[in-house]
Design a protein around this ligand. Structure first.
Ligand code: FMN
Length: 326
């Protein structure tokens, strides 16, 4: 264990960073009417009855005199999509409030919308805390939303994920003791999730006589069109589906695709637009069913992890979403 005088500040900070927190913005209003606000993860609950919370502010913060004199301040527990706002309030000198729309609260302290929870506080106590001042406030009003919170751990923003119940880490049914196929194999988990998911809207694919490859082409063109045959093939190469000129021609013969005059590129035909609309609506319904059984925090975490996995395994596909006109 390191003795006090030998603490390396960086290392000490990193050790503290192992403690995962939420992220808040604390706001107050100066006597001259100017709003102040800082990003703070030192927020914590103190007492339920009376309801009290605390947070600490660095003594060198420019906003210290305002918070020290304020009779009210508001704590905003940020939602998972408010990391840009957190960054904005973590940098001194920026016009932090800019054109930010504010809600009306019990005091004149700024009240920011779109958060996971908000605590409007009457300033109660201030304590010395080394290079920080500890502020304790009595909560006079609060509100909350189902928006999953933004977290901060080991120096980075993070998302909360519910921990699954313990599962076996080795194969439970596998005959061969050396086999590496277990229920924790990501390929198995992804594959099973994918097939179970697609099975939910397979009847709609069948009703429209669409193969998986047809579906890939139509859904691609529903996002971006027109595209050349080569572009279509490049975009969906990752699926392993063989999309040759013959396949595209047969979709045209069925009225699902049409040629753009002169350029020869492909776009959806009237029947194709109608079919993909039905299939995507069915897929959306399967998604809604599944998400009803997960909580919003898990949905945000799942999307984030799948995007990360897609990024780290991307063989260099053409970008479909970035820069796509809305
Ligand atoms: C995730 C995160 C958490 C932070 N937590 C605190 C905190 O609890 N207390 C603090 O004084 N500063 C904290 N900071 C730094 C302040 O947000 C930053 O210094 C602030 O912009 C100071 O503003 P001011 O000098 O304009 O008053 C944190 C920054 C980040 C990114």
């Amino acid at each position: 264990m390191a003795a006090n005088q030998s603490f390396d500040p960086r290392d000490f900070r990193q050790a503290l960073g192992a403690f995962a927190t939420g992220v808040t913005i604390v706001t107050a209003r100066a006597a001259d009417g100017l709003p102040v606000g800082i990003t703070a993860n030192s927020f914590n609950s103190v007492s339920l009855d009376p309801p009290m919370v605390l947070w600490s502010l660095a003594k060198n913060a420019r906003s210290l005199p305002v918070f020290a004199a304020a009779d009210h301040w508001n704590v905003h527990v940020l939602a998972n999509d408010q990391d840009a706002l957190s960054n904005r309030f973590a940098h001194a000198g920026e016009d932090k409030f800019g054109a930010l729309a504010l809600d009306a609260g019990v005091s004149d302290a700024p009240l920011i919308p779109g958060c996971s929870a908000r605590f409007q506080c009457r300033a109660a106590f201030q304590y010395e805390g080394g290079d920080h001042v500890i502020f304790v406030g009595e909560v006079v009003e609060y509100d909350r939303t189902p928006r999953p919170p933004l977290l901060y751990v080991t120096g980075s923003y993070a998302l909360a994920a519910r921990k699954a119940a313990a599962v076996a880490s080795v194969a439970t049914e596998c005959e061969q003791p050396d086999a590496i196929y277990s229920e924790n194999l990501i390929g198995y988990l992804l594959g099973r999730a994918h097939y179970q998911f697609v099975a939910g809207f397979r009847p709609t694919l069948d009703a429209n006589a669409l193969s998986d490859a047809d579906f890939f082409v139509l859904s691609l063109l529903s996002v971006r069109q027109p595209l050349s045959g080569a572009e279509i093939a490049a975009h969906i190469a990752y699926t392993g589906a063989d999309i040759g000129a013959v396949a595209l021609e047969s979709l045209r013969a069925r009225g699902l695709l049409e040629h753009v005059p002169l350029s020869g590129e492909w776009r959806l035909g009237a029947k194709g637009r109608d079919a993909i609309l039905h299939v995507l609506a069915a897929a959306k319904a399967v998604e809604a069913d599944a998400f009803e059984k997960l909580d919003p925090m898990e949905v945000v975490g799942l999307r984030n992890l799948l995007k990360r996995l897609i990024a780290v395994t991307d063989p260099g596909l053409p970008k479909l979403w970035r820069g796509t006109p809305a």
